[in-house]
Design a protein around this ligand. Sequence first.
Ligand code: NAD
Length: 260
Amino acid sequence: MLNGKTAIVTGSTSGIGLGIARALAQQGCNILLNGFGDRAAIDALTAQLAAEFGVDVAYSPADMSLPEQVSAMIEQGVQRFGAIDILVNNAGIQHTAPVEEFPREKWEQILAINLSSAFYAIQAVLPHMRRRGWGRIINIASAHGLVASTHKAAYVAAKHGLVGLTKVVALETAPSAITCNAICPGWVLTPLVQKQIDDAAARDGIPIDQARMKLLAEKQPSLDFATPEQIGSVAAFLCSTAADQIRGASISVDGGWTAQ
Ligand code: NAD
């Protein structure tokens, strides 16, 4: 379905981003991976994806908290592959604390990585997509882009902002074959969520398994995690022709979280 196309997936060395990179590669899409981690492990991942799916895979170590590195990553992708057809803004971090105690540097960092990087990447990639007359921009927001929880001021603000940015870009690209949508996952068991489970277990003095069930029971009526593979499949669907007229949407994959 995506043979010969190229995607940049930010934050794809782990978790949901990796699930999306795999799902797009499975459709024949070349991939520019991005994110942090051990360089040897990332090189192995790059080679493994290329071999498994027979696509061209490269890596950018760009730091999504730095605007110049975000735009440089897009240019690197264009140089390397000749075009960027699909941009998935996925890189994200979390920090939890009550508003009065929320560290200012964490606020700035979360806004930069979870929201501003998407703006800078979209700004850099759109001229290339317009030139080719086709594109897909997918922003990985969250259930927290639609509703709030306590102790997540920066994350909820950034994700609501990302949903808003998605709508504006969708409107500005509406007369073209470029679409922009958001995916809003509920709980997905990745390192980002495992840390919250570990913290809760330590705080409440309960076993990890119990903390995991408690986390689900609080928010996610299905009482089950969504998987990176499922989010990847939704991203691949948004790249298909079936999704040509899905524009500015926020697609929930949240086990019923926001239906409540
Ligand atoms: P994760 O921690 O497994 O992966 C995060 C990725 O982002 C990693 O590859 C990491 O290296 C990269 N990253 C972090 N800071 C970066 C930076 N400054 N520059 C470049 N890359 C950076 O987390 P995840 O759960 O897979 O989260 C991915 C996205 O999905 C995030 O935007 C997150 O907010 C969102 N999300 C996650 C869940 C969930 O339950 N896991 C739910 C809703 C939304």
